[in-house]
Design a protein around this ligand. Structure first.
Ligand code: GRF
Length: 219
């Protein structure tokens, strides 16, 4: 299945996708990696893997609409079946989100609907929650508000600070994202109207990553 991955930064989720792509674990071909930031380390990771890269610098566009129109045209050149946001730090316009409805996914470092937006690890610690984690969701017009597919839970430990917690969550994001993308590639995952369908059934709540492992799904 052809995919395009959008990054803005470090690209460790991208790296996990690169490492698994083309195997049974992840039957996808990464057609291109696109970044809005010329210096994004994710671009370097893609280049090292021989994947075509494109930079589309948002600071060169007059407004969000103009940027997203150009971004959409660029993505569509690669004809992806799925567009994967992997640390892409831009809010997308309604037009773009509508264009890719049901084939645009994002990973967010919290147990959505808790803590949408930025600084999720610090906010989780300040709120005193006992567990934190990450979510993969279909993208809709509400920022970090689209239907959640799968989540991984990460217990808060004594002495956690935002950095330590972020490191533990990020490590688990990699297998989480790979699994969700594989399911999509296998046709097991679909967005129907506003709900997630998995193996032909409506999901009443997000899938729990560790439960999926116990049921025999490999990361
Ligand atoms: C991850 O925490 C992801 O959940 C969030 O941005 C971060 C990207 O990290 N959307 P990386 O660039 O994949 O290392």
């Amino acid at each position: 299945m052809p995919i395009v991955v959008l990054v803005s930064g470090e690209g460790t989720n991208l790296q996990a996708i690169i490492d698994a792509a083309g195997s049974d674990r992840l039957p996808v071909e990464i057609r291109a990696v696109i970044s809005n930031r010329p210096g994004a380390n994710g671009l370097r990771r893609a280049q090292q893997a021989g994947i075509p890269t494109q930079v589309i610098d948002h600071t060169h566009y007059l407004n969000r609409e103009a940027f997203d129109t150009a971004l959409q045209a660029l993505i569509d050149q690669y004809r992806p079946a799925l567009v994967v946001l992997a640390g892409f730090m831009r809010i997308l316009t309604t037009a773009l989100v509508t264009h890719y409805r049901g084939r645009l996914i994002n990973i967010h470092p919290s147990l959505l609907p808790a803590f949408p937006g930025l600084n999720t690890h610090r906010r989780a610690l300040e709120a005193g929650v006992k567990e934190h984690g990450a979510s993969v969701h279909f993208v809709t017009n509400e920022v970090d508000g689209g239907p959640v597919i799968i989540q991984v839970r990460v217990p808060i430990q004594d002495g956690d600070d935002p950095h330590r917690l972020a490191t533990r969550v990020l490590k688990r994001e990699h297998d989480l994202y790979t699994m969700a993308i594989r399911w999509y590639a296998q046709g097991r995952l679909k967005l129907v109207d506003d709900v997630v369908c998995f193996d032909g059934r409506v999901l009443s709540k997000p899938i729990d990553f560790d439960q999926a492992l116990e049921m025999g799904d490999n990361p």
